[in-house]
Write a protein that binds this ligand. Structure first.
Ligand code: ADP
Length: 514
């Protein structure tokens, strides 16, 4: 099993460090203790042996001097019953055993009787000699009382002492490690909190703070600095978010503004393209329409100048030239009107106008030169409206002129005025051939002319209704057409009051017939 210190946790590293320091110390201390305990135990044994040996040697000397062999034997036997003495022997000057508690030793020479230093003691037994005096019963001269001591008990004591000592040392190390583990946990706690709060900050949550900022130690200072940094970051982030919101809002409104401008530009471009097409159409139509009366005028003028004509013919040609000139003039007027409407430069001279009066005047004007009859149906009183009278009259003239032109043999034209809540509606109705349903929507288009025989019988530019529509819409009004083929046509327009209505009582009109 391999492991790397750098990949271990802070606490595990601490424990490893403590173990690495403690184990050699434990070994050294234990070895030291073993030696000390052993030396102490042996020294204590040796001291006891010496004391006891001297007493024993003194007792044996006394017994020998008294020639009391029985007492000598008794002392020697008694000695072997106590204090780890394995055997006791009496040696002569040549170290030969002359008496012993172990009879097998008698007659053998015993080894050195020199005192042995504690450190040199090997094995589990030890010989020590003490000088004695006197004479044996058989006349031999004893010189030493030699005792063979056993260290078995001392070894047992040493072993149990060492087991205890090593056990206590091990428990000590264990306690040190446990305390170190506990203290490192306490020391780690603020760091763990710092880590958790930092992780939260990484997700954008700056609301949490760490504890211990009021402590005066290094961890407290670190916590205070961290909390300070978190507060600053929170403020900074809030202001940045506000800034981002503001910038986003600005960007959105700029985008909206740009989109609106782009749409306006696109609409303008579209309109410009349409206007360009219209302009081209307009120029070709105008040149075509103007060419016809001009050709007549030039042709008849040339005939008048070059041919000898009767007075009657001359008058007739001059009348044609005059009529074509008028047609040319009205065509130019219409072109000017429609170009003003299309360019949006039409100007209205708004004044209080009474529609009933305008209708009556128009009917008077047309009645003089026509054989058709007009039926006028107006309410007893109509309020004035704010409008450009001349332009409203031109609309009325156009509708009445069309009704007269395109109604064929029908003899009657009905003009009706209606009072509405917010304005006045006027209708011009004829009982002519009518307009095909699919053409009704086209009649207000510029240059549109019907293909029916009633239309083809008359000159026309196809601009009259387009101009009428432009004029009515410039007044914020509305114009429309209803027609049934074979039954007739009715054109109507509505004009809003646009100002405080001024009621004007008309002469009793009712259903007038002109
Ligand atoms: P113009 O009269 O010069 O042709 P207008 O714009 O006034 O031009 O009319 C457009 C077309 O609408 C006419 O050519 C005609 O075909 C049709 N029109 C207008 N008024 C009537 C009407 N009262 N009855 C039938 N057709 C009509």
């Amino acid at each position: 099993m391999s492991f790397r210190l750098s990949s271990m946790s802070y606490r595990a590293r601490l424990l490893w460090g403590l173990l690495i320091v403690n184990i050699p110390m434990f070994v050294i201390l234990s070895a030291n203790e073993i030696v000390a305990v052993r030396n102490f135990a042996f020294q204590r044994e040796l001291d006891a042996i010496s004391t006891e040996g001297q007493f024993l040697a003194s007792d044996v000397t006394d017994a020998l001097l008294d020639h009391d062999r029985a007492r000598v034997n008794e002392i020697l036997s008694f000695a072997t019953t106590q204090h780890q003495i394995k055997e006791v022997s009496i040696l002569d000057i040549n170290s030969t055993v002359i008496a012993s508690t172990d009879p097998t030793l008698v007659g053998r020479t015993h080894p050195s009787t020199e005192p042995v230093p504690v450190a040199k003691i090997r094995g589990k037994s030890f010989l020590k000699s003490f000088p004695i005096r006197g004479r044996m019963m058989d006349g031999r001269i004893p010189r030493f009382l030699q005792m063979n001591y056993s260290f078995e008990k001392a070894y047992g004591d040493i072993s149990s002492t060492l087991v205890w000592e090593i056990g206590i040392d091990s428990v000590e190390i264990l306690i040190i490690l446990l305390v170190a583990w506990f203290i490192s946990g306490l020391l780690q706690k603020p760091l763990i909190e710092l880590r958790d709060v930092s992780n939260l900050m990484a997700t954008g949550d700056f609301s949490r703070r760490v504890h211990g900022g009021d402590r005066r130690d290094i961890v407290g200072q670190l916590a205070a600095a961290f909390n300070n940094m978190a507060s600053r970051l929170e403020v900074l982030t809030a202001s940045m978010q506000q800034e981002i919101h503001r910038a986003t809002a600005e960007l959105t409104s700029s985008n909206k503004f740009l989109n609106e401008k782009r749409e306006q530009l696109e609409a303008s471009n579209r309109k410009l393209r349409e206007l360009d097409v219209l302009k081209s159409d307009f120029v070709s139509m105008v040149s075509h329409e103007l060419r016809t009366p001009l050709t007549s005028i030039i042709g008849f003028a040339k005939t008048l100048r070059t041919l000898p004509l009767s007075k009657e013919q001359q008058q007739q040609y001059l009348a044609i030239i005059e009529a074509e000139g008028k047609r040319l003039s009205s065509l130019v007027e219409e072109y000017l009107d429609i170009s003003k409407i299309e360019s949006g430069t039409i100007s209205l001279q708004r004044k209080p106008v009474n529609i009933a009066t305008l209708i009556c005047s128009a009917v008077d004007l047309f009645s003089v030169s026509l054989r058709k009859g007009f039926i006028v149906d107006l309410p007893p009183s109509m309020p004035d409206i704010m409008a450009d009278g001349a332009k409203v009259v031109s609309v009325l003239h156009n509708l009445m002129d069309n009704a007269i032109k395109y109604s064929g043999d029908s003899q009657e034209i009905v003009i009706t005025g209606h009072l509405k809540d917010d304005g006045i509606a006027v209708s011009v109705r004829d009982f002519g051939p009518g307009i095909a349903p699919e053409d009704i929507d086209k009649v207000f288009d510029k240059f549109y002319r019907g293909k029916n025989p009633a239309t083809l019988r008359h000159h026309g530019s196809g601009l009259g209704l387009a101009i009428a529509k432009g004029i009515i819409e410039a007044h914020n009004g509305k114009i429309w057409c209803e027609s049934l083929q074979g039954k007739g046509t009715m054109f109507s327009f509505f004009l809003p009051l646009q100002s405080q209505p001024k009621l004007e009582t008309l002469p009793p009109a009712g259903n007038a017939y002109y």
